[in-house]
Design a protein around this ligand. Structure first.
Ligand code: GDP
Ligand code: ZN
Length: 312
C-alpha cells in the first residue's frame, strides 16, 4: 500500500501526496469509515497509507503515528514554529514573545524567532540630535534582542520582506519539515511567505481578519510546498487569545530554558524563584546572567497562573 502525506483537507476530501510520485500531484482521497467510528479524523500533515481506487481517486486506510498535533491550525507532525514579530509597526512586544515561547516550550516544539520589517529600523547616529519618534526601534536595540534570544538558544533571524533581507536563512530552517508561522496580525507573516515562495500570492494586510470576520474563519488549511522540501501551513498558528493554559506554577519555570541550569541548584525543591532563600535563579538574575525582562515576564506569567487558579 502506498504511503503519502496529507497536504490539504477540504469538504471531506483529503489530498495526499504520494511518496513515490515525482510529479508531486496530490491524489484526492476519502477516509475509510473506520476512522469515523473510532472518532479520529485524518489531519493535514498526517503520514498515511492509502489505496488507489478505479476512478483515479483514493482511500486513506491508515494514519501513521503522529509526533505532534496542533489544534490551531489543525496540523499534525509540526516540528517547527516560526514566531514572527515586527521590530516596529506594531511595536515589538517582548512580553508576548516570551508568552509564545512558553507555549512552544511546553508543547515541545522547536522554535525560531523572526524579527520582520528590518527596513523600518532607524540607524543609530550618535552625532544626530534627532530623537527617534515613539515606536521607532534603533538598530542597536534590535541587535540587543537578537543577542539575548540567541544566547538562550533560539535561532533569531532579522528579515525584511520589502527589501529581501534574511529570507534565505529562514528558508533554510524550514527545509524538509512541517512548520507553522505564529504572530500577531500585521507583523508580516504573509509577506514573508510570499517572499519565500515564488508565485505564492497570499493576501497581505488582511484588515478583515482583525475584525474577526475574515475568510480566515471559514478557511481550510493547506500546506505550502517549498523548493527545499519544507512544508508550511498557509494559515497562522495560535494567537495570544488561545495561549496554552499552564496550570502548574512549577511547570512554568521549565519553559524558561535559561533558568534550568540555575533552578537545579536552588536550595528548595519546587522553588518558584520569587524570594526564596538560596534561589540560584534570582542570583543569576542579579548577576545579569538571566535577563531582567525575561525574569519579569516570568513573574507576570506566574501571577497570571495563580490568579487563574484562585478564580476556579
Ligand atoms: P500578517 O498579518 O502577519 O500576514 O502581515 P502582512 O504580511 O499582511 O503585512 C502587514 C503589513 O505590513 C502590510 O501592509 C505589509 O505591506 C507590511 N509589511 C510586511 N513586511 C514588511 C517589511 O518587511 N517591511 C515593511 N516596511 N513593511 C512590511
Ligand atoms: Zn529558585
Amino acid at each position: 500500500m502506498p504511503a503519502g502525506l496529507i497536504v490539504k483537507a477540504l469538504s471531506g476530501y483529503y489530498y495526499v501526496l504520494s511518496e513515490e510520485d515525482e510529479q508531486m500531484t496530490s491524489i484526492q482521497c476519502r477516509a475509510r469509515g473506520i476512522f469515523k467510528k473510532r472518532g479520529v479524523s485524518p489531519l493535514v500533515g498526517d503520514k498515511v497509507l492509502f489505496e488507489l481506487t478505479e476512478n483515479g481517486e483514493g482511500t486513506v486506510d491508515e494514519i501513521l503515528p503522529r509526533t505532534s498535533e496542533l489544534v490551531r491550525p489543525p496540523v499534525a507532525n509540526v516540528e517547527l514554529v516560526v514566531l514572527v514579530f515586527a521590530v516596529t509597526e506594531p511595536t515589538l512586544n517582548l512580553q508576548l514573545l516570551d508568552k509564545f515561547l512558553v507555549h512552544t516550550e511546553s508543547a515541545g516544539l522547536e522554535t525560531i524567532i523572526c524579527l520582520t520589517k528590518q527596513d523600518l529600523v532607524t540607524e543609530d547616529k550618535e552625532s544626530e540630535a534627532t530623537v527617534p519618534s515613539k515606536g521607532d526601534m534603533l538598530s542597536s536595540g534590535v541587535s540587543h534582542i537578537v543577542q539575548l534570544y540567541e544566547s538562550i538558544g533560539y535561532r533569531t533571524v532579522v528579515t525584511s520582506a520589502k527589501c529581501g533581507v534574511g529570507i534565505a536563512p529562514v528558508l533554510d530552517q524550514l527545509a524538509g519539515r512541517i512548520s507553522v508561522f505564529a504572530g500577531q496580525s500585521g507583523v508580516g507573516k504573509s509577506s514573508l511567505l510570499n517572499a519565500m515562495v515564488p508565485g505564492l500570492q497570499l493576501e497581505t494586510n488582511q484588515i478583515s481578519m482583525k475584525l474577526g470576520r475574515g475568510k480566515h474563519t471559514t478557511r481550510h488549511v493547506e500546506l505550502i510546498r517549498l523548493s527545499n522540501g519544507g512544508l508550511v501551513a498557509d494559515t497562522p498558528g495560535f494567537s495570544q487569545l488561545d495561549f496554552l493554559q499552564i496550570d502548574e506554577a512549577e511547570q512554568l519555570s521549565s519553559c524558561f530554558r535559561e533558568f534550568k541550569p540555575h533552578s537545579a541548584e536552588c536550595k528548595f525543591r519546587g522553588c518558584l524563584h520569587l524570594h526564596e532563600p538560596g534561589c540560584k535563579v534570582i542570583e543569576a538574575k542579579e548577576k545579569g546572567e538571566i535577563s531582567l525582562s525575561r525574569y519579569e515576564h516570568y513573574l507576570q506569567f506566574l501571577t497570571d497562573i495563580k490568579e487563574r487558579k484562585r478564580r476556579y
